[in-house]
Design a protein around this ligand. Structure first.
Ligand code: NAD
Length: 265
């Protein structure tokens, strides 16, 4: 039996933001591989060109837009409901890095931009997705990509640290509001993951290796490992998990940082 756009009602329909690269793309591809339908959102059509080459192109709609605009978030929801008949999941993952110091020229403008993408856009995403989930789904789930950089500080990263700490408590606060509506709200907190965002770091062998040495598993994460955690939190298997921030970080956030870690054997 199918609904609206010919997608079975039990098929997971998800919006994934930041789906043009890295963790978002891996999550979108995993949802598709597991039989879901996806509205893939990112800044440019070019970054979403991969959606044309998936095994079932009818299961994915690419939407170019800026998630800091309410119109983009509204369009993503409309497209999901029009194309696939319902909306079950929003993976609010789009984000930007922000290495800078507070005394740098233009620091406050950059701070505003980082907060707009990493925090405010997540609120906009939930504001638009939740009503559609209430109306069309019995298993609404929102998964936000936070960061271990929201659990502590990094050098030259105060703006990003602030934004990710902010989005962590945004998730907890939203969980208080939406639990009674049957919409679960959770976050993943990735440690270092090899994506477009970290490309500069991964091409510096010494830095790449020294960051790995702080991680108990002694390596960086891959986008597919984040996608699995996002899939789990969005799925009925996580039906009683609500308001959590799940570190997916090879143990980084469990490290008190006092001693050098044993090297990988
Ligand atoms: N890579 C890491 O080590 C790491 C660690 C912790 C958290 N994260 C978080 O993971 C998320 C995904 O990042 P990634 O590592 O996959 O990086 P990425 O740069 O590969 O992907 C991020 C995507 O978000 C998109 N995006 C940025 N601003 C946008 C906007 N205004 N509107 C629409 N799309 C926008 C980008 O175009 C890009 O395609 C981010 O929230 C990031 O902060 C990443």
């Amino acid at each position: 039996m199918s609904d609206g756009g010919g997608v079975a009602a039990d098929r997971t329909v998800a919006i994934v933001t930041g789906a043009g690269s890295g963790i978002g793309r891996a999550a979108a591809e995993l949802f598709l591989a597991r039989g879901g339908a996806v509205v893939a959102v990112d800044l440019t059509e070019e970054s979403l060109a991969w959606t044309r080459d998936v095994p079932d192109p009818t299961a994915v709609v690419a939407l170019a837009g800026d998630v800091t605009l309410e119109a983009t978030n509204a369009a993503a929801v409309s497209v999901a409901v029009e194309a696939f008949g319902h909306l079950d999941v929003a993976v609010l993952n789009a984000g930007m890095a922000g290495g800078l110091q507070v005394e740098d020229d233009g620091a406050m403008e950059r701070f505003d931009q980082i907060i707009a993408v990493n925090v405010r856009a997540v609120a906009l995403g939930i504001r638009q997705a939740a009503p559609a989930m209430r109306a069309t789904s019995t298993r609404g789930a929102i998964v936000v990509t936070a960061s271990t950089s929201g659990l502590g500080g990094d050098p030259r990263n105060w703006a990003y640290n602030t934004s990710k700490a902010g989005v962590i408590n945004l998730v907890r606060g939203m969980a208080m509001d939406y639990g009674s509506q049957g919409i679960r709200v959770n976050a993943v907190a990735p440690g270092p993951v090899e994506t477009g965002m970290t490309q500069r770091l991964t091409t510096m062998p010494q830095l790449h290796a020294s960051m790995a040495r702080r991680i108990p598993l002694q390596r960086w994460g891959q986008p597919s490992e984040l996608a699995e955690a996002i899939w789990f939190l969005a799925s009925p298997a996580a039906s009683f998990i609500h308001g959590v921030v799940l570190p997916v970080d090879g143990g980084l956030s469990a490290n008190a940082g006092h001693f050098d870690l044993p090297e990988r054997s």
